[in-house]
Write a protein that binds this ligand. Structure first.
Ligand SMILES: NC(=O)C1=CN([C@@H]2O[C@H](COP(=O)(O)OP(=O)(O)OC[C@H]3O[C@@H](n4cnc5c(N)ncnc54)[C@H](O)[C@@H]3O)[C@@H](O)[C@H]2O)C=CC1
Ligand SMILES: O=C(O)[C@H]1O[C@H](OP(=O)(O)OP(=O)(O)OC[C@H]2O[C@@H](n3ccc(=O)[nH]c3=O)[C@H](O)[C@@H]2O)[C@H](O)[C@@H](O)[C@@H]1O
Length: 431
């Protein structure tokens, strides 16, 4: 099929490359010339495992442009532009979705299917359908559930596909079945529903995941005042298949370009709909999450004493999670930036996130390796659980620095091994 993908960021670039891998002819469109230049040269504009290989392999079937008129050759148009948090509000900023749909309209008509992928407030698809249908084209909403770091495999082999279509619009479902023929042929569950349900599936999935993380982080708060161990607690309750162990890792909490802004936008939309009370708990989910960042700052302050200005702290990991260079709403970078604001010299490192972090928080002292970052530090923190930090040998680290306090913001280190090597170890919710 001939497909266009409007918006080539973390979601859209991967989607475009994967659609080509599935055998389709794909044109990716973005307003960011630098991104399009990189993609056109077969280079990924951000770090995502597996994407560079796909971009190289798919050169023949995959093109990128800033010229929206080139989409007229395609028949299926995926909209994957950003829906960030609106400045000064909890709501989603819809201006990129609206602009991309308006830009598409002159180039579509009967036989074209526009497919929303961006995460949007419920009601968006119904609102946009009127504009799209006025051209003779149709609209579907097909939310995306990929995780950064696993984006390629999540797109090629999704755990489910959800199509939101106009009631009774079999053509839209048939076209999407054709697009996803390969994953469907391996038995991927597919749910066909109305626009509102499809939009809500997406935001409720992220709200549930955020709630699960904040639940375990709330247990960490209780563990901290009772001497209990939240990691053992998570293992024990996780054995109950109804609860499950995944997404029960306590630590500095969730960040990224999605969970935080999605739970806020969901609350804002519920308030607009007059049912804000139904999602009032998401405010607590948000607050539990943000308190974990403060907890790490308190542990650092306790270790250093009250005067922070002029002290030196090593921060290992600045991205919002491992295997990504994404620092959007990263708990690690937020903690590092707040330390720097208080006059701390922050020596930070990250396997892939130094440049994205530097662009947002230039005031940190960035280093290429953990060894360089810990040299001269008084406290060492691990705030993103990259494998190379999880596997640090505490006896070796002791030869790089005089620091003997380690704060494990992701509960990813072997506390016993660090203590045996002479370190004072602090996890979150762990004795
Ligand atoms: N990043 C992720 O893992 C996932 C993201 N999503 C959702 O997908 C959407 C996109 O997210 P990301 O890719 O992370 O954002 P992003 O910020 O990385 O990418 C958005 C892209 O859209 C481009 N853009 C903005 N206006 C445009 C226009 N008028 N025409 C063409 N391109 C335009 C931007 O230049 C940017 O490259 C959001 O709604 C997000 O919630 C959903 C699932 C996973
Ligand atoms: O809508 C989105 O964009 C995506 O948001 C999340 O994916 P992602 O943001 O890539 O990352 P996750 O793996 O969900 O992690 C989110 C945050 O939660 C944190 N987390 C995760 C799991 C856990 O047990 N504890 C925990 O603190 C991570 O460190 C990270 O900061 C969802 O998992 C995806 O299904 C969804 O498509």
């Amino acid at each position: 099929m001939r497909i266009s993908v409007i918006g080539c960021g973390y979601l859209g670039a991967v989607h475009a490359a994967c659609m080509a891998e599935l055998g389709h002819d794909v044109i990716g469109v973005d307003v960011d010339q630098a991104k399009i230049d990189a993609l056109s040269e077969g280079r990924a504009p951000f770090f995502e495992p597996g994407l560079p290989e796909l971009l190289k392999a798919e050169h023949g079937r995959l093109r990128f442009t800033t010229d929206i008129s080139e989409v007229s050759h395609a028949r299926v148009h995926f909209v994957a532009v950003g829906t960030p948090q609106l400045e000064g509000s909890n709501a989603a900023d819809m201006r990129f979705v609206d602009a991309s749909i308006d830009a598409l309209l002159p180039h579509i008509g009967p036989g074209h299917l526009v497919v929303g992928k961006s995460t949007v407030p419920v009601g968006t698809a119904a609102r946009l359908a009127e504009k799209v249908e006025a051209t003779g084209a149709e609209l579907a909403w097909n939310p995306e559930f990929l995780r950064e770091g696993f984006a390629v495999s999540d797109t090629l082999t999704p755990d489910r596909l959800v199509y939101g279509v106009r009631r009774g619009d079999d053509r839209a479902s048939d076209v999407l079945d054709e697009v996803y023929r390969r994953p469907l042929s391996t038995g991927t569950p597919r749910i066909i529903t109305d626009y509102a349900t499809a939009e809500l599936v997406k935001v409720s999935a992220n709200a549930f995941l955020a709630t699960k993380i904040s639940f375990i982080n709330a247990m960490a708060e209780i563990a901290e005042v009772t001497g209990a161990d939240v990691t053992t607690l998570a293992d024990a309750i996780g054995h109950d298949a109804r609860i499950g162990r995944r997404f029960l890792n306590a630590g500095v909490g969730f960040g990224g370009g999605c969970l935080p802004k999605d739970i806020r936008a969901f609350q804002a939309r519920a308030e607009e709909l007059g049912v804000g009370h139904a999602l009032a708990f998401l405010d607590d989910v948000d607050q539990v999450n943000l308190r974990r960042r403060q907890r790490v700052l308190d542990l650092i302050t306790d270790a250093l004493g009250t005067e922070l200005a002029g002290r030196t702290v090593a921060v290992l990991g600045v991205t919002f999670k491992p295997d990504s260079d994404d620092v959007r709403d990263s708990p690690a970078l937020d903690i590092a930036a707040r330390l720097a604001l208080r006059g701390v010299r922050v020596k930070a490192t990250d396997p892939e996130g130094i440049e994205t972090a530097r662009a947002k928080v230039p005031s940190l002292d960035y280093h290429p390796s953990a060894r360089d970052a810990v040299a001269g530090a008084e406290v060492v923190t691990v705030l993103t659980e990259w494998r190379e930090f999880r596997e640090l040998d505490p006896r070796e680290v002791s030869t790089w620095t005089d620091a003997r306090t380690i704060i494990d913001g992701r509960n990813c280190l072997d506390a016993g091994a660090w203590r045996a090597a002479g370190w004072t170890y602090h996890g979150l919710g762990r004795p």
